[in-house]
Design a protein around this ligand. Structure first.
Ligand code: MN3
Length: 241
């Protein structure tokens, strides 16, 4: 049996700051039936309670989405890290180089990254629009906030099957709307849509089925009530620097 190098056992010590959440990388995680201490990836704290987004997104959906679905991506990613020995590689690097890894990495690194970002881009119902530089850019690019919402919802509706809708800052520092399949994201080398995410919407059925069943349009229109525009504006300002 191939002996693993000492380096592979050294826990990943970097902390990836993603939005306002720090993805601490040294908590224990279950790998198969064994508690793997110092597992590389762990569930970031949810910045609000499961019921904080009510009545727009229900408590049970939030709890299952966070505790079961997000955790499953993390468990699968830790299992892949264990099996493929990439314990020294950051989540950002795995995503940027998704084409170089098996699909299990693309799917689960994407799942972990996307959900970590998604939680920070929601909050208890508040301001329904952004302000500042992001508001100006939306107006310049899409004519009006309402036209932007229509185009974003359209991208979310047209994504066939499971995936994500995105507002990104592209390489020309311009806003662009698009969608990705499965757990792909615009930071992946395999993605057609490329850019820095400013807004993300999960359109997997697990994100809305308990409350909205098959009615994705209803979920999207509810979701506008809980968008964290302050965080989105912060990501925009970082992206255009
Ligand atoms: Mn999801």
């Amino acid at each position: 049996m191939k002996k693993r190098s000492r380096r592979q056992f050294i826990k990943e010590s970097s902390v990836l700051a993603l939005g306002s959440i720090a993805l601490s990388s040294n908590a224990g995680n279950l790998i198969g039936n064994t508690l793997l201490h110092n597992a590389q990836f762990s569930l970031p704290p949810l910045p609000y309670g499961y019921d904080a987004l009510e009545p727009h997104i229900d408590k049970m959906t939030m709890e299952i989405h966070y505790v079961k679905h997000h955790q499953a991506y993390i468990n699968n990613l830790n299992q892949a890290s264990h099996d493929l020995h990439f314990g020294h590689t950051t989540l950002e690097t795995l995503i940027a180089n998704a084409s170089k890894y098996p699909d299990v990495v693309r799917n689960n690194a994407g799942g972990h990254y996307n959900h970590s970002l998604f939680w920070t881009l929601m909050r208890a119902p508040g301001a329904m629009k952004p302000s500042g530089a992001l508001a100006e850019a939306i107006k310049t690019t899409f004519k009006s906030f309402e036209d932007f919402q229509k185009a974003f919802a359209d991208a979310a509706m047209k994504r066939f099957g499971s995936g994500w809708a995105w507002l990104v800052v592209n390489k020309d520092k311009k806003l662009e709307i698009g969608s990705t399949p499965n757990q792909d994201n615009p930071l992946m080398d395999v993605s057609d849509l490329k850019g820095t995410p400013v807004l993300a919407l999960d359109v997997w059925e697990h994100a809305y089925y308990l409350k909205n069943q098959n009615r994705r349009a209803e979920y999207i229109s509810s979701w506008w009530n809980v968008v964290n525009w302050e965080e989105s504006a912060r990501l925009y300002e970082l992206a255009i620097k």
